[in-house]
Ligand binder design. Structure first.
Ligand SMILES: Cc1cc2nc3c(=O)[nH]c(=O)nc-3n(C[C@H](O)[C@H](O)[C@H](O)COP(=O)(O)OP(=O)(O)OC[C@H]3O[C@@H](n4cnc5c(N)ncnc54)[C@H](O)[C@@H]3O)c2cc1C
Length: 389
């Protein structure tokens, strides 16, 4: 593993940081546990500005509107956007849908779908989980029946993050109910404006408004099928492994950790001596610093594997699982150190660090998104250590 960036990569990082310093003032940065419409729109605007420099999809081939670089540059971008707390948008298109279309999409689908993602013009949501299906995703029930040149979809999707902003949903549906469960699933892209798609609001603990998405006789043209019919499970699982460095997630937490460490060196919230004067606080901060550095290396290991042409699998689960638990350890430590002040939300004049401590604690409590921690442990044991299923 080479820990150094090339001179070109370092230069890219410097130019990116100049851009972020100029374009992302503190008052526009996302606060954990709070994503306002204004912040979301600001995030989209930043994405479009990045895209105008060919930086948004910096790791994609130029023919698809990308920057022609690779996973390391994409990792640099993710890490810095996370650290600057740029409100997230477009991540499903860039991280999951784009790579899937590049590998499994037909030529006309590449031409139709890729450039708008790379240019930050569209938002995608992901329709995998259902009311009765989460970890055991291959049991999904949303039905897509072939009818001439169309598929007719009926059923519902659960926990659809970004549903209210999305132009398209990237979804899995059952096309052959007679086949073995993994073999009867297909992958589609659905325009969210298609008649028959409706949303029911579903608020998350992290402040985001997601949805349950209903499909009532939704007719999709066959050109919306990505890859082969009934091979969707394998297509989707392969491409989920592509963009998994988790650097953005790490860096957004790291920023709060760094801010918190600095905060502890100033006067304590009740005007007393700095919290950092307590040996116990110092010890706790040192311990979490260790955790943050470990998390960072695990994420960069995934990006480095991608840049060497390997498809990370158990390694991505190691980074993801470690990160979820480190985020929670940090949030709990900050709660303990700050006492009741840590429970004050953004907007309260006495909330430390703009309410980020309260928000990160709330967000850190969910250990379900993108696969639960138990499922990541299963992946590490079975695919990483070769143990039986
Ligand atoms: C914030 C957030 C955002 C999300 N965004 C999306 C999204 O955009 N699109 C989407 O499709 N889904 C999304 N999800 C859904 C997410 O993928 C599911 O919550 C997750 O897959 C778990 O499914 P479940 O909630 O049905 O829990 P279950 O699968 O019912 O699990 C319940 C419990 O049982 C445990 N468990 C289940 N199976 C096993 C096993 N084999 N071994 C050990 N333990 C097991 C789990 O770890 C968990 O603790 C999101 C979830 C959250 C929390």
């Amino acid at each position: 593993m080479d820990f150094e960036f090339t001179p070109e990569q370092s230069q890219f990082r410097e130019e990116l940081r100049d851009f972020l310093r100029a374009e992302v003032p503190l008052e526009k940065q996302e606060v954990f546990g709070l994503l306002t419409e204004e912040q979301y729109q600001f995030g989209r605007e930043i994405n479009r500005k990045l895209a105008a420099r060919n930086w948004l999809a910096v790791g994609w081939p130029e023919e698809h509107g990308g920057g022609g670089k690779g996973p390391i540059e994409q990792g640099i971008l993710a890490e810095d956007l996370g650290y600057w707390r740029v409100p997230k948008s477009g991540s499903i298109g860039l991280g999951i849908v784009g790579p899937a279309i590049m590998v499994f999409g037909a030529q006309d689908q590449k031409e139709r779908f890729l450039r708008p993602i790379a240019k930050g013009e569209v938002e995608y949501c992901q329709g995998f989980s259902e009311p009765n299906v989460g970890s055991d995703l291959a049991s999904l029930e949303l039905r897509a029946e072939r009818d001439g040149d169309e598929y007719v979809l009926n059923g519902s999707k659960m926990f659809t993050s970004y549903a209210y902003h999305a132009d398209y949903m990237y979804l899995l549906a059952r096309t052959d109910p007679q086949a073995q469960k993994h073999r009867g699933i297909s992958l589609f892209i659905a325009d969210m404006k298609t008649p028959g798609i409706s949303l029911r609001p579903l608020p998350y603990i992290n402040g985001e408004m997601a949805a349950q998405t209903f499909f009532d006789n939704v007719r999709l043209p066959i050109s919306c099928l990505i890859g082969e019919e009934n091979r969707g499970w394998y297509h989707a699982m392969t491409t989920l492994d592509y963009e998994r460095s988790g650097l953005g997630r790490y860096a957004s937490v790291r920023r709060v950790f760094d801010d918190f460490a600095e905060f502890c060196q100033g006067p304590s919230p009740d005007g007393g001596r700095p919290l950092a004067g307590h040996p116990l606080v110092q010890r706790q901060l040192a311990q979490r610093r260790l955790g943050m550095e470990t998390w960072k290396l695990l994420c960069w290991n995934v990006a480095w594997m991608q840049s060497s042409g390997a498809v990370p699998n158990a390694e991505a689960s190691v980074a993801f699982l470690y990160g979820s638990e480190e985020r929670l350890r940090f949030a709990e430590m900050a709660m303990e150190v700050l006492g009741p002040y840590a429970t004050l939300r953004h907007g309260s004049p006495a909330a430390p660090l703009l309410g980020n401590i309260e928000g990160i604690h709330r967000e850190a409590m969910h250990l379900h998104g993108a696969g639960t921690n138990e499922i990541h442990r299963n992946i590490i044991a079975q695919r990483g250590l070769g143990m039986p299923r």
